[in-house]
Write a protein that binds this ligand. Structure first.
Ligand SMILES: [Zn+2]
Length: 442
């Protein structure tokens, strides 16, 4: 392109010079000379202007990428695995200096989800999926607008501490919400603990909620926001929750991983969601110390929120084709836990309520819940006996009436779009189902 512009500039320059030879002769030639001169100057300016270099970086919360090379309009990339055992698929980067260009982004393996990359052109404030066109599991193409100076691309719709703070800011005057610190991380960050209760009342129930035991599973936190929105809302459900329930909520369990943009899943030697026996991670230590003291012999609803693998399996219940594109709850081993058998009954009862009460667009069917022993949910998944998941630990607590994990897909639930909005509305549906489940306990 630059070569063509340079050639054109030289041609126009020659014409201009030849016209100026007769400059004093005719009026029309004077006008033509001025026009050609103007075109020449602008062509030279464009042709020899410094090309803005592409700048790709991860210098923001949740950033994760390795740039392997830039060849013309093709950028070769790889997700940064860091301390992950095996491979995983999280990545997130910012690009500047690509205004007006069409670039191809090519990864070394399939790390692009069911609706392409998530894109943000407002500094990560809002996100959209690239859409049905222009991507595969390993590559995508993006046409940068002439004014798009800075574009963020990510495997999912990023959610870090700044997003949590923005959400909490909206509710800071709510007298029932207490923003506390669960603990400090290895790197000195605060792990937020949200408490919601009415200190003038004695609660009938305790509800524990968490997300980001696997730090890259951001969609789960949008749904968690949805639950909190309902609990704090001026609605019948909101008032019921504040009247009857005391909440203990840890939205970003692996806080360092969230902020640093780690994969989190299968972190060596083991990740946060396998840490409930060994307790090497600060937030797991804090949860296991503080939750038993908080319980106060009340019936406990215990839900840990996750996202599945990247893509595949939008035709439930054909689990042989994958379990990654629909919402489901995960059963714990009924033989290993005293509560196990009741836990599965509880999951199925909760599932029936959610299925009936659901108002949002994200589909849910109790039939999709994954009992222990099926698909990936087997004892092999834990690898060794001294590893325990968050929901399994929850199942060992006194007076537990529900203990499970939910899997919320990143982008696609039975062909319905999962995004920041629909995931939040799923949270509203979950909140309503929690209320009914607790109200109808036998
Ligand atoms: Zn997970």
């Amino acid at each position: 392109m630059k070569k063509l512009q340079k050639t054109l500039a030289v041609i126009f320059c020659t014409i201009t010079i030849s016209l100026t030879n007769y400059f004093t002769m005719k009026k029309l030639q004077k006008i033509l000379a001025v026009i050609f001169c103007t075109i020449t100057i602008s062509l030279f300016a464009e042709a020899f202007a410094e090309e803005i270099p592409l700048k790709i970086d991860t210098d923001f919360p949740g950033g994760n990428i390795k740039v392997l090379g830039i060849d013309g309009d093709t950028v070769k990339l790889q997700q940064d695995l860091r301390d992950t055992a095996g491979s995983w698929f999280y990545w997130s980067f910012r690009i500047r200096g690509a205004e007006g260009r069409i670039l191809n982004f090519v990864f070394t393996e399939g790390v692009i989800g069911a609706r392409g990359p998530a894109v943000s052109t407002d500094g990560g404030l809002t996100w959209r999926w690239l859409g049905d066109l222009g991507f595969s599991a390993t590559k995508f193409q993006y046409r940068f607008g002439t004014k798009e100076k800075e574009v963020f691309f990510s495997q999912g719709m990023s959610y870090t501490e700044k997003d949590l703070n923005r959400f909490l800011e909206k509710h800071k005057n709510n007298p029932n919400l207490k923003i506390e610190t669960l603990c400090k991380t290895k790197k000195g960050r605060n792990v937020e603990l949200l408490r919601i209760f009415d200190n003038k009342k004695t609660p009938d129930f305790k509800v524990f909620l968490s997300s980001r035991h696997h730090c890259a599973e951001m969609t789960a936190t949008y749904s968690l926001e949805g639950i909190i929105e309902t609990v704090l809302s001026d609605t019948d459900d909101g008032r019921w929750f504040r009247e009857h329930v005391d909440f203990f909520i840890v939205p970003l369990v692996d806080k360092d991983g969230v902020e640093d943009g780690d994969q989190g899943k299968n972190r060596k030697p083991h990740d946060h969601n396998r840490d409930y026996i060994q307790r090497i991670h600060e937030s797991v230590q804090a949860i296991t110390e503080q939750v038993p003291k908080w319980l106060d012999d009340k019936p406990l609803f215990y839900l840990d929120m996750h996202c599945p693998w990247l893509r595949g399996g939008s035709n439930p219940p054909h689990i042989e084709k994958g379990t990654n594109e629909y919402v489901y709850f995960v059963g714990i081993d009924p033989k290993e836990f005293e509560f196990g058998e009741n836990s599965w009954k509880g999951v199925q009862r909760f599932g029936t309520i959610l299925e009936k009460e659901r108002k949002g667009t994200i589909p849910y069917r109790a039939l999709n819940n994954l009992p222990f022993g099926v698909s990936w949910n087997t004892s092999n998944n834990k690898k060794t006996a001294n590893l325990q998941k968050c929901d399994e630990w929850g199942a060992t607590l006194p007076n537990v009436v529900f203990a499970s994990a939910i899997e919320i897909p990143f982008a696609n639930a039975e062909r319905v779009v999962v995004d920041t909005n629909s995931a939040k509305v799923l949270g509203h549906d979950l909140a309503r189902a929690i209320r009914i489940y607790l109200e109808t306990l036998e």
